[in-house]
Design a protein around this ligand. Structure first.
Ligand code: BGC
Length: 856
């Protein structure tokens, strides 16, 4: 019987506090071949408010709410049942969603802050707020709606509220601020209760970005919280932040900074002897409609001594997160714990991959915790900092026991949706490293690295979206991030390099260096490429629609950069100059192996990169023709089409023929579809020659790394793609693994950050080519595996929005056996390397000796 599974509302499982007034419903199904009809039944307070009746259709993703208008706080229980291919109804499955506060007038609480006037160059301890209240009865329902400019952590009667860490997450706080809704029914009892909330600097006031800029969003951290208690008789009481709240800043956390760390006086309690001060914020909070940031995997360390005698904790995995420990101590004891990604040649902790600015060593981010102990057993868990580390060095007279220390990975709690395994264990480890770099860099926003910058770079995400969205369910998080991007897009359409802003700019104080690079080719193109890559996997037009104006504005801005000659640029001749993008700063290909091209800093950032920029403009315009068709914006098509054609032609005239060993110069025009016919053939042949000459070692930088292997496969040279991927020499993906990497390095030399996901974008080729899975439409896949290289088997399964699709193959002597799983209510077109094509429906399919057999 066809049974609905994995019911979700706007990509979230049983969310509470969403603020989408017409939420869309999603499910997948099991136990049949196809869904011919569905029925949705929704109830509010036990009363049926929406019944679709038996509705013909195969749709199971994004069925929009069509019941009565929904209001604040409403809890909806919705059930769905399905009819299968033989018109048999299956069982019901049920899920819920609850709305948050939809109207600004429903915020009865006031913004409050600590009772002091913060100064620009001072750091302050964590603020502690308290409110005592009486509840007339055990609540029937209680919700805490809460947000902060800063980071908050709340507890009721000593119990932590929720498990969202580093809340409320990161947005451009001056434009959009997210609140969370927590179910606190079980934490409140009849009689006296206490609500306590700590408030730290976080992204709002603490150090952020490459330069450790502070006060980026303001000097005054502040808090807004509204506790609503409904008693069994239906009476709702609201306890909101206001100046009646107690406040003090003499609690245990004397210092907290997301990048620098914490100083904690263990065992100390706040006095709450002052009062909160009322303040305001110009933005009405909205719901994030995103997954929470949570504590996830835990690691216990091995503990040794460094040559200099310090205790060295090795957690075995490079992560972003923090620690928890217990230690028996006396009041005068201290522990200084420093975190880093790697060790130096002598075996001492080496923080240099984190502590570098503009190529020069610095003392920050500190990534350290100073614990001042009390008598007895001291318990500590980091509250308001996240570090990038595999190792920790402990400077203390106290000896730590490995059983008493844990490292905790902290990241946005997206479901892992991919499982890949093959016979090459180095490849498996590289995929795992990529997943770890993803986990280490999705902390409410996607970032470049968890150490040096922790900056939400648009380019890195653009490069990684497809691989990342196979690996984990990015739908809710990236939809939220696209709003972050739109918040920062300028009126002229220019897309920032960073969203939200972290002021990565003060190389020379006062000169807004990075903002001058906004609009950079390949980075700003995230505005078009991220929504599109999401669409390719989730087939959700709504995400495209939400971004369409931003995508269009980006392309128009880039068109404005054609027919100009920027600073330090060489002019292009007419008529091609009309379509050559030759103005504005950019990063170019960025971080090619040093023996291929060593970047000339800062020259390469100051001068325009017409080859890269024209290629991306042609590509983006071509994509926009398709997007406009899909969304019915026919009026926009002629302009996109003109620039797609014009830029492509000008590119070919000005930049071909290409005779170079620099792979990115060949990969880019080929992969972005700028060449055809003889030009394409020549460039492809030249690329193969350059790869062979380089002995199959990687030669691309950031932008072209995700493009090269798919390009080789499209050109019929999957054999070369395998040789490049499986190459163990430097530079190469597997070389890093052989060097002991547990996450992906930023640069091929391993001299910069050890935790950048962008070069891991090669994984998409494993998923879409080695195992050959792609989403080809709503409820539809293509499966076209291409066995090769040294691999004797490979298997990949992907929990797509339409269900779990899987592909595996085993090479047995001269023959290869394939096995495919096509989820219920979907179809797949299977294409085998020998040219056989078969369209199949749901089931498990095996291929042997030229025949497809349905085995389950
Ligand atoms: C970051 C990159 C980013 C780049 C811009 C670096 O410092 O770590 O990942 O995209 O700057 O070129």
């Amino acid at each position: 019987m066809l049974t609905p599974t994995d019911l979700r509302t706007e990509y979230l499982t049983d969310p509470i506090g969403i603020d989408l007034r017409t939420p869309r419903l999603f499910w997948t199904c099991e136990g049949g071949i196809s869904q011919t009809a569905y029925q949705i039944l929704a109830q509010r307070g036990g009363e049926t408010v929406w019944d679709t009746g038996k509705t013909p259709g195969a749709g199971m993703a994004g069925i929009a709410w069509d019941g009565p208008q929904l209001g604040s706080r409403e809890l909806v229980e919705w059930s769905v049942r399905l009819w299968d291919e033989a018109d048999r109804p299956g069982p019901w499955s049920t899920a819920t969603f609850e709305l948050g506060l939809l109207d600004s007038a429903e915020w009865l609480a006031d913004w409050i802050t600590g009772n002091y006037r913060p100064r620009r160059n001072r750091r302050y301890p964590v603020d502690c707020f308290r409110k005592g209240f009486t509840s007339a009865a055990t609540p029937a329902v209680a919700r805490l709606y809460i947000t902060a400019c800063g980071l908050y952590q709340a507890s009721i009667n000593g119990h932590r509220v929720g498990d969202f860490v580093i809340a409320p997450g990161f947005t451009s706080y001056d434009k959009r601020l997210h609140y969370q809704t927590y179910d606190v029914t079980d934490l409140i009892h009849q009689g006296e209760n206490t609500l306590e909330i700590q408030l730290a600097d976080g992204w709002f006031r603490g150090s952020i970005g490459a330069m450790g800029a502070r006060n980026v969003y303001g000097r005054e951290t502040k808090l807004l919280a509204q506790l609503e208690i409904t008693t069994p008789d239906g009476v709702r009481r609201t306890i909101g932040t206001n100046k009646s709240w107690q406040w003090s800043d003499d609690g245990p956390i004397r210092f907290a900074d997301m990048k620098d760390g914490e100083i904690v006086q263990l065992g100390r309690r706040p006095s709450y002897r002052g009062s909160a001060r009322e303040t305001s914020h110009p933005v009405v909070p909205s719901a994030s409609n995103n997954v929470p940031v949570r504590e996830r995997e835990r690691f216990t360390p091995s503990i040794t001594r460094t040559p200099s005698g310090k205790q060295l904790l090795d957690f075995g995995q490079n992560i972003a997160g923090y620690i928890e420990l217990d230690i028996a101590a006396r009041a005068a004891d201290r522990l200084l714990i420093r975190f880093a990604e790697h060790l130096d040649d002598n075996g001492e902790l080496d923080p240099s991959s984190a502590q570098v600015r503009a190529g020069k060593p610095t003392a920050s981010p500190k990534q350290e915790v100073l614990l001042l102990c009390t008598d007895g057993v001291n318990h500590y868990k980091t509250s308001f900092a996240v570090f990038g580390f595999r190792y920790a060095e402990v400077d203390s007279d106290l000896a730590l026991d490995p059983a008493d220390v844990t490292a905790i990975a902290v990241y946005s709690d997206m479901a892992q949706t991919a499982r890949f395994e093959c016979s090459n264990h180095l490849v498996n480890r590289f995929v795992e490293n990529t997943l770890w770099s993803m986990k280490s860099n999705f902390l409410d926003v996607p970032t470049d690295c968890p150490t040096r910058e922790r900056a939400p770079w648009t380019g890195d995400l653009q490069i990684f979206t497809r691989t990342g969205s196979f690996l984990m369910d990015t739908s809710a998080l990236l939809r939220k991030w696209l709003a972050d991007l739109r918040d920062r897009q300028r009126a002229d359409g220019r897309v920032p390099c960073l969203a939200p802003d972290v002021r990565n700019n003060e190389y020379i104080p006062g000169i807004d260096f990075i903002k001058r690079m906004d609009g950079a080719a390949g980075w700003a193109d995230a505005a078009v490429l991220v929504p599109l890559r999401l669409y390719e996997l989730y087939r959700d037009k709504e995400i495209l629609r939400e971004s369409y104006e931003s995508m269009k504005a980006h392309v128009l801005f880039q068109i404005g950069r054609t027919d100009r000659t920027g600073l330090f640029a060489k002019p292009f001749p007419k008529p091609d100059r009309k379509y050559i993008s030759n103005a504005g700063q950019a990063f170019g290909e960025w971080l090619e192996p040093k023996d291929v091209y060593a970047q000339k800093v800062p020259w390469d950032f100051i001068a325009p990169h017409p080859e890269v920029a024209t290629a991306y403009l042609a590509y983006a315009c071509g994509l926009m023709v398709e997007v406009a068709k899909l969304l019915g914006h026919d009026e926009d098509i002629p302009l996109y089409a003109e620039y797609h054609r014009g830029c492509t032609r000008a590119y070919v005239n000005q930049f071909t023929p290409i005779d170079t060993d620099r792979q990115s110069k060949l990969v880019r025009p080929l992969a972005l579809g700028l060449l055809d016919g003889v030009e394409a053939e020549q460039a492809f042949t030249r690329l193969i020659a350059s790869i062979e000459r380089r002995d199959y070692r990687v030669g691309t930088g950031f932008l072209s790394t995700p493009l090269i292997l798919p390009l080789l496969s499209r050109g019929g040279r999957t054999d070369i793609a395998y040789r490049m991927l499986e190459n163990e020499q430097a530079p190469g993906w597997l070389h890093e693994v052989l060097m002991g990497a547990t996450s992906v390095w930023e640069d091929w030399e391993g001299e910069a950050s050890r935790n950048h996901y962008a070069p891991g974008s090669v994984c998409q080729w494993l998923f879409e080519t080695v195992c050959g899975i792609d989403v080809s439409g709503e409820n539809a896949f293509t499966i076209a595996p291409q066995p090769g290289g040294t691999m004797t088997y490979a298997s990949f399964s992907y929990d797509s929005v339409f269900g779990t699709v899987a592909s595996s193959w085993v090479r047995d002597g001269g023959t290869v056996k394939y096995r495919f799983t096509v989820p219920a209510n979907t179809t797949a077109r299977i294409r085998l390397p020998g040219g056989q094509v078969e369209d199949v429906h749901a089931g498990v399919w095996e291929y042997e000796e030229n025949a497809f057999v349905r085995s389950e």
